[in-house]
Design a protein around this ligand. Structure first.
Ligand code: SF4
Length: 160
């Protein structure tokens, strides 16, 4: 866990209460995100940054909802969107963007609040190899590792 949150815990303050106060939230900071702050340093840094950049808060509080709480219909749509872009990539001969572009896009996605882990259902349908990274863009439903490699893809939030 990153230093500012470690300090909160060392002061004997419950982490959920500490983050709620830090972000000046009216409702308690969600439990599911407290666990993520403990284990995901990139996400924890974004939460800490949101204490001074308050416009980040609404997006950050949505993280996880898209995948954890969506219905099967939504999962179906994500599967459909992911399959479509994968098929289009195949039709384009699986042409790859340059390594530099891929790495730059990946770095941006890794710190984006809209990145999320694939549900088991999606991972089962899409995983091509056991060690394939199944992070997903919760806006477009694409598997990030593949989306960033496709030359003609664009970030739906215009981040790249
Ligand atoms: S493609 Fe854009 S919106 Fe999606 S995770 Fe990456 S940076 Fe975020």
């Amino acid at each position: 866990m990153i230093a500012p949150f470690n300090e909160i815990v060392q002061q004997g303050i419950d982490l959920q209460t500490g983050i709620t106060e830090l972000l000046e939230l009216e409702k308690p900071f969600p439990n599911r995100l407290v666990e993520r702050v403990k284990t995901d340093d990139v996400f924890a840094r974004l939460i800490y940054r949101a204490s001074t950049e308050k416009d980040l808060i609404p997006s950050l509080l949505q993280v996880g909802i898209t995948q954890e709480n969506k219905t099967n219909h939504s999962n179906f749509e994500l599967v459909k969107n992911g399959a479509k872009s994968f098929m289009n990539w195949g039709l384009a001969g699986f042409k790859m963007a340059s390594e530099e572009v891929i790495n730059e896009r990946k770095a941006i996605c890794k710190t984006c609040p809209f990145i999320t882990q694939a549900t088991e259902q999606i991972a089962y349908k899409f995983k091509l190899s056991a060690d394939e990274d199944m992070d997903i863009c919760s806006i477009c439903g694409c598997v990030i590792g593949r989306k960033v490699a496709m030359p003609n893809q664009k970030c739906p939030k215009n981040n790249w």
